[in-house]
Design a protein around this ligand. Structure first.
Ligand SMILES: [Zn+2]
Length: 247
């Protein structure tokens, strides 16, 4: 049995006090307890600590794309590693193409060169593109096309657990159909019906007939979504910060 913990369920703007979108998955892999984090915004490290975990507990981090609310927390983890965690092995970081270069520029700009040099001790960069696949531990990652910016892609993960994650994207049916083969799906729904380019609305998801009230979660939401739950709660569920699901 695996556990999904919602560290954050909000968008970049933190409506209703929601933290940036981030998810933690506890799972068993060949007899070992493992911990994977998906996306890491600036509010993610305190959320991780709130759950009783620290940097050294993470086996793997997945980053959906290079927008600050999904990845800027990685720079804070570098500082944590230099001064607090002092990892003996870097964390495997499955991320979009260009992440290593981008994160080095960020660290060199906001910290000193000393901190930037901790980057390879903090992360083992595994850069992947949409359309590719990757195996790690007993997990199989299938990266899918997203319609967004910042090198975004979706992912369907199968093996020790089965979970699909859209990251940020407008609705892409061909990719959504692959996510729907997973036991649990986390899909972004940035607004209820206001169309924002490269994002999904609740109306989009209702129109394509999503009907999985116990296994399809909408996240990365604003207050127009959280104030309209009655219109979709029979079809799918609103994610909340600190919510935990066994699957
Ligand atoms: Zn984005």
């Amino acid at each position: 049995m695996s556990k999904l913990i919602f560290l954050g369920s909000g968008n970049a703007f933190g409506h209703d006090g929601r933290r940036h979108s981030s998810y933690l998955i506890e799972f068993e892999d060949k007899g070992k307890h493992r911990l994977m984090m998906m996306d890491c915004g600036p509010s993610t490290l305190p959320a991780l600590h709130k759950k009783g975990y620290s940097l050294g507990d993470l086996d793997l981090i997945y980053i959906s794309h290079l927008h600050p609310d999904h990845m800027l927390g990685l720079a804070l983890l570098v500082l944590d590693n230099k001064w607090i965690s002092k990892l003996s092995n870097p964390i495997k970081l499955i991320c979009p193409v260009g992440t290593q270069k981008f994160l080095r520029t960020i660290c060199e700009t906001i910290y000193s060169q000393d901190e930037a040099e901790v980057l390879p001790e903090t992360y083992e960069f595994i850069e992947t593109e949409p359309g590719s696949e990757y195996n790690l531990f007993s997990l199989h990652f299938q990266f899918l096309r997203a319609e967004h910016t910042a090198n975004a892609r979706m992912v369907a993960i199968k093996g020790a657990f089965s979970l699909g994650y859209s990251g940020d994207t407008s609705l892409v049916l061909e990719s959504l159909n692959v996510l729907l083969t997973c036991k649990i799906v986390i899909h972004e729904a940035s607004t209820f019906d206001l169309v924002i380019p490269n994002h999904t609305t609740i109306k989009d998801l209702l129109e394509v007939g999503i009907n999985r009230p116990n296994s399809f979660f909408v996240s990365h939401v604003d207050s127009s979504v959280s104030s309209n739950t009655l219109s979709f709660q029979k079809n799918f569920q609103l994610a909340e910060d600190d919510m935990e699901i066994k699957f």
